[in-house]
Structures are given as C-alpha cells and as structure tokens.
Ligand binder design. Sequence first.
Ligand code: G3I
Length: 340
Amino acid sequence: MTSLRAHAAAGDLLTGFAVVPSLLRDDAAYTNVVREQANLIVAENAMKWAALRPSATRYDFDDADMLLNFAEQGRMKMRGHNLLWHRGIPQWFTAMATPANAKQLLQAHIETVVGRYAGRMHSWDVVNEAIQISDGRPDGLRSSPWLRLVGDDYIEVAFRSARRADPQALLTYNEYGIEAENAQDEAKRQAVLLLLRRMRARHVPIDAVGVQSHISAGTKYGDGLLRFIRGVRELDLQVFVTEMDVNDRSLAPAIAARDATVAQTYKDYLDLVLSEPAVTVIVLWGVSDRDTWLNHEDSRQDRVPERPLLFDDRFRPKQDFYAVRDAFDQRHPVHPSLNG
Ligand code: G3I
C-alpha cells in the first residue's frame, strides 16, 4: 500500500486527519496510520478554547504542544483549529465577559495561542462558522456571543490579532453547510462571499477559506460549489477542504453496499473540487470509523455505527481510501515507482 501523503504530494496537495492526543499517546495502530498517511494534521478538539482554557487565568498547552511536536517529528504540517467559535465557549468566559472586556479577552487569547506557535503552523482557522442565515440578519452573520459581546467587527478583530501574532500562518475562515446543490447552502455560499469581499475591501488579513465538507453519501455535489470555489479564487484566496467525512445516514445498513456508495461519494466530490487549482488541502475529520464524531452527534436512527472514514475500526483501509488516492492521482498521476 503506498501512502496517501505520497500520492497527495505528487499533486502538490497536503492531506491528513483531525487527530486526538490521547490516541497518539496510547494507540500504536492509530499512530502508525497517521505517521504513514498524513503530511498534515489538525487537532479535532485540543486547540479549542474549551481545551486550552481551563480557567480565566490558566492556559493548558500540554496536548497542543504534543501534537505540534508529533507533527514536526513526522515531517507533517499542522493546522490550528480554532480561535473563535460560537460553540465550546468555557463557562468562566460566559460568566465574566461583558461588552467592555470581551474584545480584550479575545485578543489576549489569540495573541497568546497563535504567538506560542508562531512560525511553526501551516494555518489557523481564525473564525469558525460565523454565518447562520436563519438568524435573519441582512449580512447573514450568526447572532453569536462574539457578535453580541465584541461587536460587528469581531471577525476583523480576530484576523488582525492572528496576523500580528504570526505573520506566516495562513489565516482561514472555516464554514460548513456550503457544499450542497440546494437553496439553503447557496444562500450561505453567497453570504460567505459577501463577508470575504467586505474583508478584502477593508484589507483584513485572510489567506484561505475552509470548506468543511461533512457531506452525505449518495448526494450529488456540483456547480454551486464550483462557482463558490472560483469566487473565492477570484479574491486571491486558497480553498482548504478542512473536515471531510461522508455520513451514511440515508443508506440501508448492509455494509458492502454502504461502503461502495460512501467510496463513490468521496471520489465524485474530490474529483469535483480538485478540478479547481485553488484547492490545496484535503483533511479528513478523523482516522478510523471507530473514532468518528458522527457516532456521537448526528448518529444513525437505527444506531448502526456509521462508516464515514477511510479506515475501519481495525485500521484496515476501506474502499474509500483507494477512492481518495485515485482522486489525488486524477489531479496529478504519481510517478510509476510509487504505485504498488
Ligand atoms: O473529553 C470529554 C470526556 O472527558 C468526557 O467523558 C466526554 C463525555 O461526553 O466528553 C468528552 O468531550 C467531548 C469531545 O468531543 C471529545 O470526545 C465533548 O463532549 C464533545 O462536545 C466534543 O465534540 C466535538 C465537537 O466538535 C464539539 O467541540 C467533536 O469531537 C468534534 O469532532 C467536533 O468537531 C466540529 C468542528 O470543531 C467544527 N465543525 C463541525 C465539527 C463536527 O461537529
């Protein structure tokens, strides 16, 4: 088996997984797969506020430090996720933040966290999931605690702080629900483009857009997403696929047919997005089906475990592993010596 990272590198792509520190410490099979297959990792949870900030006065960097050291030892790049999100805000923050102090708390967090790893990170998800059309604002912004506490310019404040703390890391706006061919996702795509244009007009430092890509097996993705990616590229921004997995919620439980449909969905989606040169990173949201978040949130109604990732619960590559590798080769065939 030749590695995903070798096939990705041939097409100038970075690829890898969202990872969990405790598994990298205790689970050799898990760790081997990450080492062999990834040239980039991201913390699934370990760099969120909830993980880094046990209290207002304390930062806990043990897990985050360990991940970046692991990445560097394995010649992998690392993405940071995330600096600002409406979910997972620590209780102490909610209790003490006011419109008078929230901006300073946000800036201090970003400067401390980004500054600690400055020069060593590939990229940072600076703002995560800031658009929510159903909240009814004309600009599409979610009525998140950050908007209420820091004000309308909270996104700008976050990006400027991140750039000050690390001039090298690629600063990313990360969003979900912008992949599908339906009116809801299209409205969200338009709102994201509007936000990006406003940021560009105000010279807010931003380098990339993350399309999370929590997608559904058997669904056809298409022109709406391509138009969005081209719109992002016209703003001179890269596009990262940041959290890909393929849920099989709508499929019958029989495993062979489910796996075949999931693999085909991976292939079709990646063929589509990799036809656009702006797409430079593909990250899977987890390593094996054993550990996917989809069995905790959004699980199947029949409670059958989902099979959304490239490795099964015993870390054997599934059909979708080969589908992803083939999609990377479609972008740029690997040298024959790598095929085996
Ligand atoms: O670590 C504790 C553990 O000590 C405790 O026993 C257990 C009890 O529920 O909870 C554990 O923490 C959970 C953590 O995942 C680790 O498993 C949290 O409750 C749970 O909320 C957390 O869920 C994560 C979720 O974000 C919220 O932070 C998922 O793993 C993670 O996959 C998910 O990732 C998000 C991205 O950040 C943004 N985009 C959507 C994506 C999926 O929701």
